[in-house]
Design a protein around this ligand. Structure first.
Ligand SMILES: Cc1ncc(C[n+]2csc(CCOP(=O)(O)OP(=O)(O)O)c2C)c(N)n1
Ligand SMILES: [Mg+2]
Length: 357
């Protein structure tokens, strides 16, 4: 994987032809010259938004203020942020059961998300949907989805509509390693590839599907290898490095927008907590957890921005404080919002009238 990364940086530096003079030596600057400074800062801010949002969720959930269940995105933030930073408002995102990060990265509002999670009337589904039904059509969110793998066949449908209407919209379809073992994966990738649909399939390989280790249920090592069966590119990237995800998705989005068809991206990542609720993830070896925690995507991005001189420690702390305040304001909004009136229980529920009625 290192070779691929090095090559990618090489290519990007060559493309930009960035040569500077330093003590008489010409140095080829290979580091991230194609990603603008502001974009990098915004990606860092977004990473923090996802992280603090989920930490607050965990806090509220632990106080029994969020009914049902939630699947936290903690640790995987770089995937959603890196991919969605390549998308426009008109583009679509198909999310999953672990969807808070995808929603926020595509522009959903924290206050309405907290409200939905808490079952409040001010939430995205007026409090009737919860974590796995968050949707916001105004920012191109096709919705979270509690049925593992189901989104992989919804995304090509949205992409087909874009293609038939002649728009240049792209669909980013997120799913897990477990979902890549469902029949929907085959159907979705096959039809999208056959019809050159503008989909970017993003597999978030966090090594586990609930308590099942990926290597116990897959003969091939990498999900990306499966792309060959559909005649489309399959690319592996470091899912804990937002810049690597951004660059990899950049190529895939470009390809989709140009009508060249889908790409399968596999982001190697890890969830910080257990699968959901109070699962402590005891099936994961301690050294494995430690190794991945040391590759935390947010700490890495902070370190990178500091070492590149794009942010000072004070700048970074200022951004962090601002995001923390915004999360608190959003949570307060939800906490102070009313529950829906029981009389509205059947509102917005579509029922077909039958003759007998
Ligand atoms: C069709 C279906 N089968 C089983 C489940 C129960 N289930 C919920 S999440 C999950 C694991 C999914 O693993 P993966 O796709 O790797 O996503 P991750 O949870 O790791 O993000 C399972 C089996 C479900 N929701 N839907
Ligand atoms: Mg998984």
């Amino acid at each position: 994987m290192k070779d691929v990364l090095t090559k990618k940086m090489d290519d990007s530096a060559k493309e930009n032809n960035v040569l500077i003079e330093n003590k008489g030596f010409k140095i080829l600057v290979m580091l991230l010259m194609d990603v603008e400074k502001n974009k990098l800062i915004e990606m860092y801010r977004k990473l923090l938004e996802l992280r603090r949002f989920e930490e607050k969720c965990w806090d509220l959930f632990s106080q029994n203020l969020i009914p049902g269940t939630i699947h936290l995105y903690l640790g995987q933030e770089a995937v959603a942020v890196g991919v969605c930073s390549n998308l426009n408002d008109a583009d679509y995102v198909q999310s999953t059961h672990r969807g808070h990060g995808h929603c926020l990265a595509k522009g959903a509002k924290m206050d309405k998300m907290f409200a939905e999670l808490m079952g409040k009337a001010t939430g995205y589904c007026k409090g009737k949907g919860g974590s796995m039904h968050i949707t916001d059509a105004s920012v191109g969110l096709l919705g979270a989805c509690g049925v593992v793998g189901a989104g992989i066949v919804i995304a090509p449908g949205a992409a087909l509509s874009a293609k038939l209407q002649g728009t240049d919209q792209v669909v980013a379809c997120f799913f897990g390693d477990g979902a890549s073992n469902t029949g929907n994966f085959h159907e979705g990738l096959n039809i999208a590839a056959t019809w050159d649909l503008p989909v970017v399939f993003v597999c978030e390989n966090n090594l586990y599907a609930m308590g099942t280790k990926q290597s116990d249920v897959m003969k091939v090592e990498n999900v990306a290898e499966r792309a060959a069966a559909y005649g489309i590119p399959g690319v592996i990237c470091d899912g804990n490095d937002v810049v690597d995800v951004y660059k990899t998705a950049y190529e895939a989005v470009k390809r989709a927008r140009e009508g060249k068809g889908p790409t399968l991206i596999e982001c190697k990542t890890y969830r910080h907590k257990g699968h959901s609720r109070f699962d402590q993830g005891k099936y994961r070896p301690e050294d494995e957890v430690e190794e991945w925690l040391s590759k935390d995507p947010i700490a890495r991005m902070r370190e990178r921005l500091l070492s590149m001189g794009i942010l000072t420690d004070e700048d970074a702390s200022r951004i962090e404080k601002k995001v923390e305040d915004e999360v608190e304001v959003a949570a307060k909004f939800a906490l102070e919002s009313p529950f829906p009136d029981p009389k509205t229980a059947l509102d917005d529920v579509w029922v077909e009238e039958s003759e007998s009625e």
